[in-house]
Design a protein around this ligand. Structure first.
Ligand SMILES: Cc1cc2nc3c(=O)[nH]c(=O)nc-3n(C[C@H](O)[C@H](O)[C@H](O)COP(=O)(O)OP(=O)(O)OC[C@H]3O[C@@H](n4cnc5c(N)ncnc54)[C@H](O)[C@@H]3O)c2cc1C
Length: 478
């Protein structure tokens, strides 16, 4: 079977690794990744003062900076490969707690990040790993190895007939700075194309066209962030925590991005603005001045120190995607941000991409096994791919939708508010942390839901349901 993955971000790389691990008869499949952006050497470089954001990758530059991989995401990595899991954990900072503060200096709550309380005895606990995005991406990229990622931009998909068999043609263009293939177009056929090409997915456009309702929308919140080389504040090291501060005019977060001895402090500031940055011309001096002004009255001395020394290294207007009616058909499937870009407040985007990749690979392995396929049975292969595709949406959509809904509640806490609303927000956050029962009533048992979800269990349930339905309608597979 020939598979092309579009996009070599966290979701695309992880999908490649899961497919290689789970597909039956692995050497009989050809799997390739097309990526439109050659990697930057590091995420922690300052942005040039005059920069064209259009030339940067969503994954590795524009929304570069830092992120936290939640316990559910870390568990997917552990299932995939313990060495890879350990490498991701080792390059990052294991954040055992989240500390929530108000801009006025109050501590509103402390939450444990670990999934120990919902695990059976003897299972290792996962905690949130805070890291530069580049650090996580680099671990996955190393695990994928050489010769898999091809640096060409995918510019469109088309249906092609190949010896009486319908395939998906992937049209690619050589990159501008590649002297061999600059601008040259090629078409390559595949049995399955996986769109892991992020929030502005070309694969999604080829499935749904240019209708506005299938395009991402700007949330009204933008952010800036970066890294500082300095000793890590004791509020982080003492509690082994990431610090999140909410204020009337925005939000500020900081954490260690690596083992504490590395002295890599990451920070980000989110604020409400109706004007998107001019992507052709980013003026970092003005952005820095606005950053200083925005946080000038915030009480945490660490925030003041960081803002004073900060260099702007990443800029991210936040985009989200509405719910799609399907995530693909006839040999095309969307995963990760291409299918369901969600508000960063959820802290789940990358972890959901990881869960997608595991679920899709396990499903495809299962449906291929059920069809007892050999290479010369294209009809059966197509049937297996179609079933995997359908079940993938059936299993993953409700999971993602629930997380998106919860995220909406929290993202409101980052928008500009008046002084009364500011103190109401502090009280609300304090109450949620102080009286877990209230949080449970409003949000449900979030950690249990997030951390006990299992792709294997969900696949088994979905297949059993399909079998029951087929049996009762007398519609057995051949
Ligand atoms: C500010 C911010 C903070 C966040 N914080 C967190 C967090 O703490 N925890 C968390 O879990 N998530 C977080 N997220 C979300 C997370 O970053 C994304 O969900 C995740 O990176 C999605 O990965 P992806 O591989 O699906 O997409 P992307 O990372 O966007 O990767 C897509 C890849 O496809 C490539 N590509 C695009 N178009 C083409 C094309 N035409 N041809 C070939 N290649 C193409 C891109 O260059 C890119 O490499 C955050 C997001 C933002 C914006």
């Amino acid at each position: 079977m020939k598979i092309i993955i579009v996009g070599g971000g966290i979701s695309g790389l992880s999908t490649y690794l899961h497919l290689r691990k789970h597909l039956p008869d692995p050497s009989s499949h050809s799997i390739k990744i097309y990526e439109s952006h050659p990697p930057r050497s590091s995420d922690t470089l300052p942005l040039n003062s005059k920069l064209n954001l259009d030339t940067l990758s969503n994954s590795t530059a524009l929304v570069g900076g830092g992120l936290g991989i939640s316990p559910n995401g870390m568990r997917v990595l552990r299932d995939l490969n313990v060495d890879l899991h350990d490498a991701v954990a080792a390059q990052g900072f294991p954040a055992e707690k989240f500390v929530f503060k108000g801009a006025n200096g109050w501590t509103l709550g402390v939450q444990r990040t670990g999934d120990g309380s919902v695990r059976t005895e003897g299972e290792p606990e996962e905690v949130c790993i805070a890291s530069s995005r580049h650090g996580i991406w680099e671990c996955l990229r190393k695990a994928v190895g050489e010769g898999v990622v091809v640096y060409r931009r995918v510019v469109g998909l088309e249906r092609v007939e190949n010896g009486g068999r319908e395939e998906v043609g992937v049209r690619t263009k050589g990159l501008v700075d590649d002297s061999d293939g600059a601008g040259v177009e090629e078409v390559e056929e595949a049995d399955l194309v996986i769109g892991a090409d992020g929030v502005r997915s070309i694969v999604r456009t080829s499935l749904f066209g240019n209708e506005e309702k299938f395009k991402p929308t700007y949330t009204g919140l933008s952010g800036v962030g970066g890294f500082l080389t300095q000793s890590i504040p004791s509020s982080i090291t003492k509690e082994k925590a990431m610090i999140f501060t909410f204020g009337r005019n925005g939000f500020f977060g900081y954490s260690s991005a690596a083992p504490v001895t590395t002295q890599s402090l990451m920070w980000w500031s989110t604020f409400e603005t109706s004007s998107l940055p001019d992507t052709k011309n980013i003026d970092t001096a003005t952005i820095k001045a606005e950053l200083v002004k925005r946080h000038q009255h915030w009480r945490d001395p660490n925030v003041q120190e960081i803002v004073k020394n900060a260099q702007i290294q990443s800029i991210y207007p936040t985009w989200v995607l509405g719910e799609l009616p399907h995530w693909g058909k006839e040999g095309i499937v969307l995963i990760g941000d291409a299918a369901h870009a969600m508000d960063p407040t959820t802290g789940q985007g990358a972890s959901q991409g990881l869960e997608d990749s595991q679920t899709l690979a396990l499903l495809l392995a299962e449906t291929l096994k059920r069809e007892h396929i050999s290479q010369s049975q294209p009809e059966r292969m197509k049937r297996a791919v179609d079933l995997a595709n359908e079940l993938f949406y059936e299993i993953r959509r409700p999971r993602v939708a629930e997380i998106v809904e919860r995220g909406k509640m929290m993202s409101n806490r980052k928008a500009n508010v008046g002084v009364v609303a500011e103190y109401f927000m502090y009280f609300f956050l304090w109450l949620l942390n102080k009286v877990p029962l209230i949080a449970k009533l409003i949000l449900g048992d979030v950690n249990r839901k997030l951390y006990t979800w299992s792709a294997k269990n969900e696949i088994q349930k979905a297949l059993e349901k399909r079998d029951r339905t087929s049996a009762s309608s007398g519609n057995y597979a051949e």
